[in-house]
Design a protein around this ligand. Structure first.
Ligand SMILES: Cc1ncc(C[n+]2csc(CCOP(=O)(O)OP(=O)(O)O)c2C)c(N)n1
Length: 622
């Protein structure tokens, strides 16, 4: 096995081209083997094996710096940078992260996971390098950003490109196009890239022209100047808009991103050219594993599967119970059948958010805006201003990006935009960049915005209906989990700012939010067996709080506890403490970046289970 000889990318440099080909085959097999056991971003990582091998062959990492946008496509990078042995721990608790992680390796320049950041990060590195060099410090190094066509739909990329073209620093952008984001890529830029890809004539023609002129004409010949001018004119003719060239980049491509020899030859040449350069490669998502090539959307992020046929290994985890996302998907589609004003928006996540069902039923009322959360919220505000009822479904972690738009365009205008905040809480294997644990904190500071969290499926459906009938922006946060199988039998209708008293009386009161209501209920049952009697309030609203009920119930309690699946500092517990102006013990997650691991395991670790909550309460009594 050649792979066993690789301890760092330096070892690649001694390989012959045929050996590098063999290495790519081994890397690809290793990725398939391990991801079939751990789950992960298979299709994207299979698509970049040759590209990453070529980059490591031509660059001198870690002195040179390569940043992978999002980082979900970088498994080959992990394998080639000394992490092959640990690769089997991918995405497991205390194992390798599924994304680049600065704490894991010197070869991971940044911890990444949110898209469209690589160009700006690379430009920052390039500017810092040049400044240091101008002060007589540091060594020169090369900088590259590797970015997919999906990620290029994010506005941040264009802020980076705009700036990079202006600063004219030496840096390389490698644009990897495969016509897919998670699902088919959308937008005018995507259409533009596809046009370039379908015009291979241009590049072949240009390189033949260049070779012809250089080989036949004496150096400095006026003909070379004329040819250069001619090249510019031709580009204008053949590449619509010449987008990247006009932005100040030298454009090279499109190249077959699986042709290792061509990639190495191209990168070797392009690396030494000055200024901002963009190499455009075309790859196939899932390359080399037929089930992933055929179904790249399914294999973008996949749970453990059988290698022979690509079938999921087991449905044990979810059984027959529905997830919150499924309930959202079904209920929304049903509500939209009756209410024709309901429209739905996703930022490139139709499958993940469950909006694919809505898309298939009501394509004219569905909008995939690309990986553009800020735009998604602004766009929703525009729709709401004209009387439609938009729901924007975005994962909690990605909603962070749209904070200003929630504040200015939705809340300040008091527009009835519904925010379906999926993956709120511990997300599990995706880990540190994807935890949805900050939304209660950042949403509770937004005036006019109502923030809710359901404890079960019934409540979730009722909250959705309530949200669409509201006159203000409403956020509903819900976890990456199945609906609890033992919902409360109480089914009070949803009223603005009204909590639900699930259990009266007792020595203490727990006020629980959303996913923590059922564990709190079970904790109360556990403690009751030991003679500790407590009341339970299902808060329903993180904002506005039901001050009246909370004050009334807590007045009789010795101890008050809050439980939330979010960061406890400044979160829901703090809101209750502020409202009561007395001691409140809040249980939640630490104010920290929490690494990957199964959701159930992490909840247990942080004491957010029935037993954990009971233990915490017992310790306060002790
Ligand atoms: C801000 C943000 N929104 C959404 C996502 C979820 N996401 C991860 S990868 C991806 C698609 C990326 O597509 P592309 O860059 O083309 O890479 P490919 O997987 O096709 O290789 C999306 C939407 C994210 N990581 N960051």
């Amino acid at each position: 096995m050649l792979l066993e000889k690789i301890n760092s990318p330096k070892d690649l440099k001694n390989f012959t081209l045929p050996q590098l080909h063999e290495l790519c085959t081994e890397v690809r097999q290793r990725i398939i083997e391990i991801v079939s056991q751990t789950g992960g971003h298979l299709a994207s990582s299979l698509g970049t094996v040759e590209l990453i091998t070529a980059l490591h062959y031509c660059f001198d990492m870690p002195k040179d710096k390569i940043i992978f946008d999002v980082g979900h496509q970088a498994y080959a990078h992990k394998i080639l940078t000394g992490r092959n042995k640990e690769f089997q721990t991918l995405r497991q608790y205390k194992g390798l992260s599924g994304f680049p992680s600065k704490d894991e390796s010197d070869y991971d320049i940044f911890t990444t996971g949110h898209s469209s950041t690589a160009i700006s990060l690379a430009l920052g590195l390039a500017c810092a390098r040049d400044y240091s060099l101008s002060c007589g410090n540091g060594d020169p190094f090369k900088v590259a950003a590797v970015i997919g066509d999906g990620s290029l739909s994010g506005g941040l990329c264009f802020e980076g490109l705009n700036n990079a073209g202006h600063f004219k620093k030496d840096m390389l952008v490698v644009l990897n196009t495969n016509e897919l984001s998670i699902s088919p890529n959308v937008g005018a830029i995507s259409t533009y890239l596809n046009k370039i890809i379908s015009m291979p004539v241009y590049n072949r023609f240009m390189s033949s022209l260049e070779e012809f002129v250089k080989s036949r004409m004496p150096k400095g010949s006026r003909l070379i100047d004329i040819a250069n001018k001619f090249e510019k004119e031709l580009k204008g003719l053949f590449i619509p808009g010449m987008l990247f060239e006009e932005l100040g980049f030298r454009y090279f491509g499109p190249f077959n991103g699986h042709d290792l020899d061509l990639l190495i030859k191209t990168l070797k040449n392009v690396i030494n050219i000055k200024g901002p350069r963009l190499v455009h490669v075309v790859t196939k998502k899932g390359k080399g594993y037929p089930p992933a090539e055929t179904e790249p959307v399914k294999f973008h992020g996949i749970s453990p599967f059988t290698i022979e046929n690509g079938d999921a290994l087991s449905k044990k985890e979810t059984g027959t119970q529905k997830t919150y996302t499924q309930v959202f998907s079904e209920r929304l589609t049903e509500l939209a059948r009756v209410d024709k004003k309901i429209v739905a928006i996703t930022a490139a996540m139709p499958e993940g958010t469950g909006l694919d069902g809505f898309r298939d039923k009501y394509p004219e009322r569905f909008f995939d805006v690309g990986i553009a959360e800020e735009h998604a919220v602004c766009f929703a505000a525009g729709l709401a201003r004209e009387g439609l009822k938009p729901v924007v479904a975005i994962y909690s972690t990605f909603l962070q990006r749209a904070y200003d738009q929630i504040m200015e365009e939705a809340a300040l205008q008091n527009l009835p935009v519904v925010f379906a905040v999926d993956r709120a809480g511990i997300v599990g294997e995706d880990g540190v960049t994807h935890q949805g644990i900050f939304d209660i904190i950042f949403l509770r500071s937004v005036p006019n915005l109502v923030v809710m969290a359901p404890k079960d499926g019934f409540e979730f459906e009722a909250m959705l209906e309530f949200a669409f009938n509201s006159k203000c922006p409403v956020a509903i946060r819900y976890p990456r989990a199945v609906i609890p199988s033992n919902p409360s039998i109480l089914k009070a209708p949803i009223e603005l700012g009204k909590a639900e008293l699930l259990k009266e009386g007792g020595d203490f009161t727990i006020i629980a939010l959303g996913s923590m209501v059922i564990p709190a209920q079970e904790a109360i049952e556990l403690l009751a067996k030991e003679g500790l009697k407590g009341a339970l309030i299902n808060a329903r609203f993180a904002k506005p709080l039901d001050n009246e009920l909370i004050q009334k119930v807590c007045a009789k309690s010795k101890f008050i506890f809050t439980v939330e699946e979010g960061v406890e500092d400044e979160g829901f517990g703090s809101a209750v403490r502020e409202a009561l102006n007395r001691q409140v013990f809040s249980f939640g997650l630490p104010s920290a970046f929490i690494a990957h691991g199964k959701r159930s395991l992490m909840l247990e670790k942080f004491g957010l289970t029935a037993k954990g909550i009971a233990d915490k309460i017992r310790s306060i009594y002790a």
